[in-house]
Design a protein around this ligand. Structure first.
Ligand code: QAP
Ligand code: CO
Length: 186
C-alpha cells in the first residue's frame, strides 16, 4: 500500500523513532509499504517516520528501475564506522523540489537487521553511503535542512508552507468533487 509522505516542517518528522523488538510480519508489511511508497514517489530512500510510523526502519534503492537495482531494507540500523568526507547535493521526499549541499562521511559501515531478522553489516560508499546517513538521520528526527544554513532553511520552510497550503486545497477540492459525483449518481 502506498502511503502519503509527510512534508517538513510536520512536527512528526522532528520526533525520534523507536527500536524494533522483533522483525515479524507486521515489520515485513511495513517494509513492503515503504518500498511501494518510495518507488511511487521516485525516491531512492525512505525512513518509516516519513509515513508517520515511529519505528527504526529504512529502505534504500539508489539504482531504482535498473537491472542491477539492489533494494535494501534496514531494521534498527546503526552506523558503526565512518571514513572520509564528501559533499552531496541532497534532496528528500519530505522536502519536495529542494536540494542543498550537505557534508557527510564518504564511507560508512552500517549494522542492521534484514527483513528476516538476521544481523547484517554493510560497508558503502558513493550515493548509498549518503543515503544511509540521510535515512538514519530521519530516525533521530534530523532532516537534511538541519545541516544547512539558517537562512536557506527558513527560505525552504516558507516554500514548504506554500506547498502544503496548495496540497490541502487540492485535497478539499477532491473531497468536494467526490461528494457532488455521489449526489449526481443518486
Ligand atoms: C535521500 O531522497 C537521499 O525533491 C532520499 O521533487 C538524498 O529519495 C539519498 C525526491 C540524497 C541519497 C542522496 C526529492 C524526489 C527524492 C524531490 C530522495 C523530488 C522528487 C529524494
Ligand atoms: Co529524507
Amino acid at each position: 500500500m502506498v502511503h502519503e509522505i509527510l512534508v517538513w516542517p510536520n512536527p512528526v518528522l522532528k520526533q525520534k523513532a523507536h527500536p524494533v523488538a522483533e522483525v515479524d510480519d507486521s515489520i515485513r508489511t511495513l517494509i513492503k509499504d515503504m518500498f511501494e511508497s518510495m518507488y511511487a514517489a521516485d525516491g531512492v530512500g525512505l525512513a518509516a517516520p516519513q509515513i508517520g510510523v515511529m519505528k527504526n526502519v529504512i529502505v534504500l534503492d539508489t539504482t531504482p528501475r535498473q537491472p542491477e537495482s539492489r533494494p535494501v531494507a534496514m531494521v534498527n540500523p546503526e552506523i558503526v564506522v565512518t571514513e572520509g568526507k564528501r559533499t552531496y547535493k541532497e534532496g528528500c521526499l519530505s522536502v519536495p523540489g529542494e536540494a542543498e549541499d550537505v557534508d557527510r562521511a564518504a564511507v560508512v559501515t552500517a549494522r542492521y537487521l534484514d527483513e528476516n531478522g538476521v544481523q547484517q553489516t554493510l560497508t558503502a560508499d558513493g550515493l548509498l553511503a549518503v543515503a544511509i546517513q540521510h535515512e538514519c538521520d530521519h530516525l533521530k528526527g534530523v532532516m537534511f535542512v538541519d545541516h544547512i544554513s539558517t537562512l536557506k532553511r527558513e527560505l525552504i520552510r516558507k516554500r514548504m508552507k506554500k506547498i502544503q497550503a496548495l496540497m490541502a486545497e487540492e485535497k478539499a477540492e477532491v473531497a468536494t468533487t467526490r461528494k457532488s459525483n455521489q449526489l449526481e449518481a443518486r
